[in-house]
Design a protein. Sequence first.
Length: 349
Amino acid sequence: MGDIDRKRWDDFVADSPNSPILQSWEWGEVKSGANWEPLRVAVGEGGKIHAAIQILKRKLPYVGKSLFYAPRGPVLDLKDEAALDLLLSEVRKLAKKHKAVALKIDPELEENDPAFVMLKKRGFKPQKKQVQPRATIYLDLTRPLDDLLASFEEKTRYNIRLSAKKGVRVSGEPGIRGAELFYKIYQETARRDNFLIHPESYYRKISELMGKTGLAQVFVAYLGDEPIAAVYAFCFGSRVWYMYGASKSEHREVMPNHALHWEVIKWAKEKGYKTYDLWGIPADPKPGHPLWGVYRFKKGFKGRQVNLVGACDLVYDPLFYNLFNKGLVWYQNLRSLLTKGKISDSLGE
């Protein structure tokens, strides 16, 4: 379709059923410069987009090849086989130009959706290793606020009331100030819970590029004048996402995370959003999983657990793909062992 501007792209993606924010133009710009290059492909007719995919390209050092990754893409009705085939044909041309070894996708497609057959017929193969969480919880925001609160687990309702009683207040913090407040707390969270985070410049870039267009908002929980917890809320189309959360080790007894999410829910309802995506949980929740505590917290809001099909690869260069995959698993396991003292992955099943 030739060049597509930001507005036409975002309008199409936002109006799709799942409005995946990771396919928004702004998300591609956030990832650019962080070893990724956004490539956008759209197909249609009469100036109308029928299918689109935002690919993040990463160059592989020394070998003159690259990897393609389309988080939560492609964006189309997968039952429209003609549009899917045309889109994949255009992506294959792009892959040849950029010497891409494979295209990785993780569409927002539930694991029992028959449309998944369309992808497998075209050569996509499910992968065990995930990039984005394969399971999440959707909270229906179209219900009255009182009904939502009443539906929460008793302990969750109690903790929301407790945080208010203890004087926790939540404030939206726009711009760079919000990014700085969040990152300071996030560093402490990462040290405590032993996980890797991006540098501060990454979160500043999110606030600069997505905050000014209304797609990202930092909420901070205060006890008195002290910031003690924070979250990034992303919003696009009809949905709101919770992807990044941080809390100090002190004052956890006043339940600032419950206050934060309750405030995000109220804010999202006022803005007219229909779904709150609480993001990553284990696909098979059970005690002992690295995300068991996260799951217990999120399930308290009594949303619907959704398991997605997960990551799938379409291979363009089988020989190099197999060699690279073996090396990548070895590298990831070694990095995890050196940084965390263990090989386990919180995105694992």
